[in-house]
Design a protein around this ligand. Structure first.
Ligand code: OOB
Length: 555
């Protein structure tokens, strides 16, 4: 049974996935103990000078799970988890799985807008935070949100905090993670078909959506990708991107590496300095980055004498990888490139070890599962001729059937027969490899971060002086894309806030920094399509070509 508000796979499909051995009745909460039995004193996690063995990890997870239960966490509870790349992230996530609670993976860059929405949508009873991180006080945010959300009872804090009463009058409990500890106790097993945790959607709508990932589907995903990469106890994975990103958490990432008996090294940030040093020191064999980070690393490589010879595979995904950049990976970093196209919603495609060099540079490889179904369709939803470009639809054993608590959005985002409309444009080569050709969804992909245009527009409209707003991507050599906002001011042009004021106003509203427009331009009006919608194609073309005269603005 899946948590209320989720869409299960149809019973026959689920039975088929079980019969064919894809779904094996996994319980993510039970994994650390199973791994400890298999890999014992081997190193599971490395963070700074801290090294944690498999046995220690399982012990910590058991003690924390007991602690969460003592603090009132119950099976089915949703808990927003917002921690950086530290061992506590892994421990807390597995402890919550173990306690039957469902962590909602949020980004550390999320601020009050995102966190309040996630808490509200998920009905979270708890919020796990670092304390003050990169100058931002997450405890204060937790108190502030809890004041308006009675369901949110506890803020769990990684760093030591003063247990002073906050502005909420002490209604929310602020509990240091150090206190989330107890003698291990028997806890009920999880239903493998139930939600284990929620990932965030890159989104197309004004408010981010939650993606339920089940125990069975995620165990299947991580196992399949780990096998595809032949991971084993000698594998050392460097978690460079935030661990809560599906790419880092399970493609094969943290979970796939631990399931294989390997070592996960947590990088505090993606800088070449830090990461090259960790690759050298820990003899890292595999890591995954977005194209922007790969570009940074290539730029830094010539100035670094770090020994990167242990690195076997660099996975690159999350945004379009230019073939020019792809071609530099093997010669300049001395490792194999694996292209990864993926999404928090499920489907993953990857190039394979034996693939011919041309396809590794120019395609995003094949779906990782034999059971992944992909369709390329035209605007009417009809299949395009072989090799043609169209929207990519998919369903399969680890692709969601519905967002959490979003019936109306689900009716649009899925076909009647359960295919997820990715919003990506793709074609398939005669060899069955996917080539991402663009997208129809209204999203900016800035350095791998996904920004829903509608979300930023809604906030811009709330800024005084703005009558209309349209956000489009503009190509950028370093970040891939940046955020370009076209704005129509209210009557008086003296009232048009400049970019710095706009950014400040959006930050003031509590929007995460990575969603702030990089450029804003005022126009007399926004161009419309014949159907009366804002013509974003025209805007995107205009944004990309500053020299072009903006005739449409005067139409
Ligand atoms: C990954 O997941 P999300 O959920 O942050 O973003 C998914 C979207 C895709 O729909 C596509 O628009 C874009 O990101 N994308 C790519 C891409 N990989 C993802 N666009 C072009 N080329 C690629 N290789 O981004 C994600 C999740 C798991 C593994 C890897 C990436």
């Amino acid at each position: 049974m899946m948590l209320d508000g989720c869409t299960p796979w149809p019973a026959e499909t689920a039975a088929h996935y079980r019969r064919t051995g894809l779904w094996r009745g996994s319980d993510l909460g039970a994994l650390p103990r199973e791994w400890a039995a298999a890999y014992g004193s081997a190193t599971a996690l490395v963070s700074g000078d801290t090294r944690i063995s498999y046995t220690e990890l399982a012990d910590r997870v058991d003690r924390r799970a007991a602690g969460f239960v003592r603090e009132g966490v119950r099976p089915g509870d949703r808990i927003v988890l917002q921690l950086p790349n530290v061992p506590e992230f892994v421990e807390v996530a597995f402890a919550l799985f173990r306690a039957g609670a469902k962590p909602v993976f949020s980004l550390t860059s999320h601020r009050s807008q995102e966190i309040r929405h996630l808490c509200e949508l998920s009905g979270a009873s708890g919020y796990v935070v670092p304390g003050v991180f990169r100058g931002f006080d997450h405890v204060a945010l937790g108190r502030q949100i809890a004041a308006g959300l009675p369901a949110l009872r506890t803020v769990f804090v990684m760093d030591a905090v003063e247990e002073a009463e906050g502005s909420d009058g002490g209604r929310v409990d602020v509990v240091p993670l150090a206190r989330v500890d107890g003698d291990p106790q028997p806890l009920p097993a999880n239903d493998p078909s139930d939600v284990a945790f929620f990932l965030l959607s890159g989104g197309t709508t004004a408010l981010p959506k939650l993606i339920p990932r089940t125990h069975d589907d995620y165990a299947y995903q991580t196992r399949t990708v780990a096998e595809l990469l032949s991971l084993d106890p000698a594998s050392v994975y460097l978690a460079v991107l935030p661990v809560e990103f599906n790419f880092t958490w399970g493609c094969p990432g943290v979970v796939g590496t631990l399931a294989s008996g390997g070592t996960v090294v947590l990088a505090p940030d993606p800088t070449a300095d830090d990461c090259f040093a960790l690759i050298e020191r820990e003899r890292v064999t595999l890591t995954s980055v977005v194209p922007t980070v790969a570009r940074l690393w290539l730029e830094e490589r010539e100035f670094s004498d770090r020994d990167l010879s242990s690195l076997e595979v660099l996975q690159i995904g999350g945004a379009r990888l230019e073939p020019e950049l792809a071609a530099r990976i093997a010669p300049e970093l001395g490792c194999r490139l694996q292209q990864v196209f993926g999404m928090a919603e499920g489907l993953l495609t990857m190039s394979r070890p034996g693939d011919d060099p041309h396809s590794v540079l120019h395609t995003q490889g094949r779906p990782v599962s034999e059971a992944d179904e992909v369709r390329i369709v035209d605007e009417q939803g009809d299949p395009v001729p072989p090799g043609g470009v169209g929207e990519l639809l998919t369903r399969g054993p680890y692709t969601l059937r519905g967002y959490y608590r979003a019936p109306e959005h689900n009716a649009r985002a899925f076909t009647e027969d359960g295919f997820y409309r990715t919003g990506d444009l793709a074609s398939i080569t005669p060899e069955g490899r996917l080539v991402v050709e663009g997208r129809i969804k209204d999203v900016v992909i800035r350095g791998g971060d996904k920004i829903a245009a509608g979300e930023v527009e809604a906030h811009l409209l709330a800024v005084s002086g703005i009558a209309a707003a349209a956000v489009v991507p503009v190509p950028d050599a370093f970040l891939g894309e940046r955020i370009y906002a076209f704005l129509v001011g209210r009557d008086d042009s003296a009232q048009e806030p400049p970019l710095t004021a706009l950014k400040a106003a959006l930050q003031q509203r509590g929007l995460a920094d990575y969603k702030l427009p990089d450029r804003a331009e005022y126009v007399p009006r926004l161009p419309l399509t014949p159907l009366g919608k804002i013509d974003k194609k025209v805007l995107a073309a205009a944004a990309a070509d500053p020299a072009r005269s903006r005739d449409w603005a005067r139409v």
